[in-house]
Ligand binder design. Structure first.
Ligand code: TRP
Length: 334
């Protein structure tokens, strides 16, 4: 039997090239070797957007289209929506007993997100507990491998703690521990050089961005602030345009020469940026072609997801049955 992968994202906005290099690239590759499940985590997205459900509703199919665009093949991968699998919520409920509030408060990912979102004292309980809900997602499918960005590592660690506790307390081995699968570009910097590319920082390049938008975003990218005139020597390290070229430019010889020239002086930012614009457009063009084909045929997309939901529910309900038995809640079918 093939090993199982579960991955997904919160549908809070269209996916960007940071998502692509951080985790989508891996799931596209891994879908050939693993039984792959890709979940739109709409319930998780609600934990900090409960007052704005329209935002989530608008982005569920946008992110599914982005997945299809980059090469997720519905014949190989199962695409589904978290809220359509009620079994996940019941698992979540049992797991909540196996974790303390203080452990959740110490989770580094949650801590960072609480600070970023400015929740301070008013953290919604649902948000604080989303690692437990994510544990339900992962264990429902007995996923052994979870391709995510490195910001998710503390969540997976906490999931494994819950799995071990469950198996120990209820004397079972029905839950499986999982392992992260990281990409070699775990975090693509934003177009402004900020360590994180994110919609809220306005420093993203979306998978669906048109050539004009890409051009405008790249042209306003930061380089070396001391590289003012073309003939000035410039810095390559920490220069966002070079960071991107390292990822997008497959002609490493030419890129090496450009770096030398830049360091010596005599190479202008505009020339470099034009090169990057062309490379990004060329990379995204085939994705956008596929995306347009699907978005012009949404009935097909709905069908793919409905079939995915059904398959996901079947599997999750099997795990739920085992979990209920392990706890001893199978009163009538012993
Ligand atoms: N937490 C992930 C995100 O931030 C989304 C997610 C929810 C997820 N459940 C998951 C990822 C299970 C991997 C496995 O976008």
């Amino acid at each position: 039997m093939k090993k199982v992968i579960l991955t997904g994202e919160r549908p809070t906005g269209p996916l960007h090239i940071g998502h692509y290099f951080g985790s989508l690239i891996n799931r596209v590759k891994l879908q050939n070797e693993y039984e792959t499940f890709i979940m739109s985590a709409d319930m998780q997205a609600l934990t900090d957007n409960f007052e704005n459900p329209k935002k989530i509703q608008d982005n569920v199919f946008e992110t599914i289209l982005d997945n299809l665009a980059v090469g997720i093949d519905p014949k190989k991968s199962t695409l589904f929506i978290q809220s359509q699998i009620p079994e996940l919520t019941e698992l979540f409920n049992y797991y909540l007993n196996l974790v303390t509030v203080s452990r959740l408060e110490r989770n580094p990912t949650i801590k960072t997100e609480i600070a970023q979102k400015g929740f301070e004292e008013s953290v919604p309980a649902g948000f604080l507990c989303y690692p437990v809900s994510q544990t339900a997602d992962i264990t429902a499918f007995k996923a052994e491998v979870v391709p995510v960005g490195d910001d998710q590592l503390p969540i997976l660690e906490q999931a494994n703690e819950i799995v071990r506790r469950f198996n120990r307390i209820y004397k079972t081995d029905c839950l499986k521990e999982c392992q992260a699968y990281l990409s070699n570009v775990t975090r693509l910097v934003g177009t402004d050089g900020n360590a994180k590319m994110s919609k809220s920082l306005g420093n993203t390049i979306y998978i669906k961005d048109t050539p004009d938008v890409i051009k405008q975003k790249v042209m306003s990218m930061y380089t070396d602030p001391n590289h003012i005139k073309v003939e000035d020597p410039g810095k390559v390290e920490g220069n966002t345009v070079f960071t991107y070229l390292d990822i997008f430019d497959t002609n490493k010889n030419e890129l090496g020469e450009l770096k030398n020239q830049y360091k010596k002086g005599g190479l202008g930012d505009v020339k470099l940026k034009r090169r990057l614009v062309d490379l990004i457009i060329a990379k995204l063009e085939p994705f956008q072609k596929v995306r347009n084909e699907y978005s012009n045929n949404m009935d097909e997309v709905y069908k793919i997801v409905k079939i995915g939901n059904e398959k996901a529910r079947n599997i999750a309900s099997q795990t739920l049955k085992e979990v209920r038995e392990a706890i001893g809640l199978n009163y009538f079918d012993k």
